[in-house]
Design a protein. Structure first.
Ligand SMILES: C[S@@+](CC[C@H](N)C(=O)[O-])C[C@H]1O[C@@H](n2cnc3c(N)ncnc32)[C@H](O)[C@@H]1O
Length: 269
């Protein structure tokens, strides 16, 4: 067993890892993440809060299905591309979507990458980067081949607008023309919503945004909002009857979204 002692936002990656393991066991026809199951069994950590937080685990499973499909689709359209997973935690998406040609980078804070390196054996075509997402030096560690996709899952809600402006500026300036998949929490949920496993870790939701247009206008001026993918699309795949809830206008005001954005090259002159 590997003891993992993290607090605050880094600890939340253990909750989302547990959610993927839980849904792999309960919904194997939808989500297959045997590595998450194996990791949970090897980590010495009290997963009680994650186990009982159905809101968090349902949301994580739903977004995992959507992100996996979006990344698979990008890879299929751009063979030999480069993917950077920002705030990766212990996610092993590479193994769920790899086509044998993709070059992959998993980035997280040094204390999380340290845990990751202790638990996950290195694989060809995957590198880890120990850095803050807002450190402008990390793109220097990325060797770009083909098109670039940047994934930001489960992170923006813990940052500030200023942090996001920095992060999106780094992506924009380092990877012109890149596509970014950015998960955002609705402002109403950010303010009033609570996920008990997140509360227990001491992390707080600090950022919310309504849609891709607002995101680009406020924190990502160099990007174009291509489309917004609603979390309810993933929820309905897991729980078909959830359309009843997701149909209500109030639900639309609190649901998370994955924003599909493209970095426009800087204007000439
Ligand atoms: C909720 S977890 C999500 C992990 C993973 N994306 C997933 O879905 O399982 C949030 C992650 O963001 C990471 N994180 C927080 N602040 C960060 C920063 N400034 N730079 C990079 N990663 C950060 C945390 O360490 C943690 O792994």
């Amino acid at each position: 067993m590997e003891k993992v002692e993290l607090t605050g936002v880094p600890e939340t990656m253990l909750q989302t890892l547990h959610a993927r393991a839980q849904y792999t066991l309960s919904h194997p026809q939808l989500l297959s993440d045997p590595q998450a199951v194996e990791l949970v069994s090897r980590i010495d950590y009290d997963f009680t809060a994650a186990r009982s937080d159905q809101l968090m685990s349902f949301g994580t499973a739903a977004r995992t299905l959507l992100f996996d499909d979006l990344v698979r689709d990008f890879i299929a359209r751009h063979p030999g591309c480069t993917v950077v997973n920002v705030g990766c935690g212990l996610d092993t998406r590479f193994h769920r979507v790899d086509d044998g040609k993709t070059r992959w980078y998993d980035l997280d804070l040094p204390q999380v990458i340290d845990v990751r390196r202790r638990l996950i054996a290195p694989v060809d075509r995957v590198r880890t980067i120990a850095a803050s997402a807002m450190d402008p030096r990390w793109p220097g560690e990325v060797e770009v081949t083909g098109e670039v996709l940047v994934v930001v899952e489960g992170l923006t809600m813990y940052l500030s607008s200023d942090d996001l402006r920095i992060l999106m500026g780094i992506i924009h300036d380092s990877f012109p023309g890149a596509t970014a998949l950015v998960e955002v929490m609705a402002p109403l949920f950010q303010r009033f919503g609570r996920e008990k496993s997140v509360v227990r870790s001491g992390a707080r939701f600090t950022y919310g945004c309504r849609n891709g247009k607002e995101f680009c206008r406020t924190v990502a001026p160099g990007f174009r909002a291509e489309r917004d993918v609603r979390l309810s699309e993933g929820m309905r795949r897991i729980q078909p009857r959830s359309w009843l809830i997701t149909w209500f206008p109030l639900f639309r005001m609190i649901e998370q979204k994955i924003l599909v954005l493209t970095a426009r090259p800087p204007a000439d002159g």
